[in-house]
Structure formats: C-alpha cells, structure tokens
Design a protein around this ligand. Sequence first.
Ligand code: GTP
Ligand code: MG
Length: 365
Amino acid sequence: MDSRRDLIQAFRAGDERALARAISVVEDQAQGFEELLEALREGVGTARRIGVTGPPGAGKSTLTAELARLMRDAGRRVAIIAVDPTSPYTGGALLGDRIRMVELALEEHIFIRSMASRGSLGGLATATSEAADLMDAFGFDRVILETLGVGQSELEIAGTADSTVVVLVPESGDGVQAMKAGLMEVADVFCVNKADRPGADQLVKEIEVMKAIRSGNTLRGIPRHHARIGLGGAPAVVQRASADAEVTTPQAGARAADGGWEVPVLKTVATEARGVPELAGSLDEHFAWITESGELERRRRLALLGQTRRILVRRAENAALEAWEEGKEEFLPDLLAGRITPYRVARRLGELAGTAKRPQRYDVR
Ligand SMILES: Nc1nc2c(ncn2[C@@H]2O[C@H](COP(=O)(O)OP(=O)(O)OP(=O)(O)O)[C@@H](O)[C@H]2O)c(=O)[nH]1
Ligand SMILES: [Mg+2]
C-alpha cells in the first residue's frame, strides 16, 4: 500500500523513474492499476499527441527521433511511445531500435518507452493510450506514438492522436497499399521518407491521386497521364476504405468527415533530418487548424469514448478469464466426456464472472 503511495508522490514530484514504473504497472495490469491511473489523471489533456505510423522499415523511428529532437530544441518536453506489436513473440524491441532509444533517452533528455502487447492487440491500444495519459499528466508537452501501420489495432492507436503522420517509402508500391490498409483514413500529414532514393516524386503523385479519389475529386489537379491510376482500380478500393472507416475507430470517421484540411504530402530523408522542420511546421499548422475548427474537441471526445469502451471490454475480458481459471477444473471432466456443452460451461462461467467480487488491495488515495 505504501509503495503505491510513494509512487504517486514521486510521480507528482516529477521523478521520471516513477513515471516509468507507473507505465509498467499499467502494462502489466498489476493489482490496482486502474486506481493508480485514476489518481494520476490530473493534467491529462495538456500534451499534444502525435501519431507516426506506416509500413515496417519506412523510417518511422528515425523520423520520430529527429522530430523529437527538433521539438526538444524548441524547448518542448518530449516523450515517445514505440509500440511493438511483435514483442510477445520476439521478447522485445529489435536490438538496434533499443540501442537507438537508449541513446536518445540518456543523452538527449527525451523520455522513451516501448510498449509491448501482452495479449490481445486491443489490450495494447488501451495500454498505449493509458501510457500516453501518464506522460501527459507527468507534464510532457508532446507525446509521439510510433506504431506499425498494419492491422486494425495499430491504426486504432494512431487514431487516438491529435495529429497523425503516415510515413511511406518509394519503391514499394506503397500508395495503393496504404489505401487498402486504411492508412489514408488516419493521415493528417503524409511523409514520403527515403526521398534520397529514386521514385519519391512518383510516390508523391500517387498519394495525391489517392487523396483526390478519397475526396471525390478524382481528376482535379492531376496531370492527365496520372489520372488513369484513379480510373483503373479505384472504385473497389474506395469502397473498402470507407467501409473500414465505419467499423474501425471513431477517429477514422472523424478524419473522413473533416473538410477544410488539405493533407500535405512532404518529402523527408529521416537519416539526414531533411524535411523534418517542414514536418514539424505542418504539424503545428494542423494543430492550429483542429483547434480553431473544433475538430480537436471532436477528436478528443471520440478518443475518450473509445478509451472508455476499451476499458469496459478489458474489465469484462479479465473477469471472464479469471472465472475461467477458477472454474475450469470443475467443468472439464463433464465437458470432455460430452455430458455438457461448451456453451453451457461458458454461460455458467459468465455468470460467475459477473458476480465475482474483485478484491481491491490498494488504497491509492
Ligand atoms: N536511405 C534512407 N534510409 C533511411 C531513411 N530513413 C530511415 N532509413 C533507414 O531505414 C531503416 C529503417 O528505419 P527505422 O527508422 O528503423 O524504420 P521503422 O519504420 O521505425 O521500422 P520498424 O519500426 O521496424 O517498422 C534504417 O536502416 C534506417 O537507417 C531515409 O530517409 N533514407
Ligand atoms: Mg521503428
């Protein structure tokens, strides 16, 4: 009990080790973690949250690090969350990534945390937004979330940010892929990274075409010889993208609906920090725009609703799994002998989960 109190005190006093420990408590869903989060919510909503997403190896980490440096040099306190969905299998972030992160953290006063999925990716989205809340409450001005842009949950994480950067690279046919993966839906700014390689300008054009298709202006402002890309395989892709927008994050819907923001397509060379000031500038402009237009309020409201829904689902899942662990031995013989159906077992365990009193071991107030 005391140690949790100490943790809260140290956190409020600005001890970064306490922040790191608090994030671990949340990541592990250790006893009393929800109460800890409740106790540390003061100040949540102050930081700007920036998502950086895109395909594997696009240069997200390199770009994130450069962006963080720039913001820090401008006097901001910056924290980074690197989301690593592969960790349960590989046991952690790639070594190179880790080393770079440690360097950033130690030498450059940028707080970095890598988050690993322990179970479902949905759980990862919840834990990530909670870690961002902790960083926010701790007093960071900017929280950058780096996530892989594949799969629903990763996009959901990107969708909790105020502004999302989608990083693509030439030579990989990324444009159409991005559209299919739903990346178009979450992009507030596009970065064509590795612009030192051939094909960058071509990819910029491709993205412009995709943008035009999405906004229904397939042919406007696009040179005739590129327009064919839009006329060819486009309709099916568009349909799929808007269907995704409906079923995924509330954010995706928000992004689909927002008129008035022309998503810029920038070229960057992250390894040389080229184009990074322009990226930071675009992010400032975007933030100014969402603030003025009321879009920020809308996004934050949706993010809060999404978070609340995920917390509810997590509680239900945890309760169900607890009931399973406690009760399965009792049902197993009858189940295996065919005397009882899996449905009946699930119903019974579900009832137990609903009534189980969850112990509150920690008094965190
Ligand atoms: N030529 C070139 N290489 C780059 C650029 N940006 C990043 N790289 C290299 O691309 C590789 C991947 O960069 P990361 O920053 O780790 O990419 P990532 O998107 O974070 O990768 P994952 O997190 O593993 O998906 C590294 O070897 C980088 O040095 C760039 O602008 N140009
Ligand atoms: Mg990375």
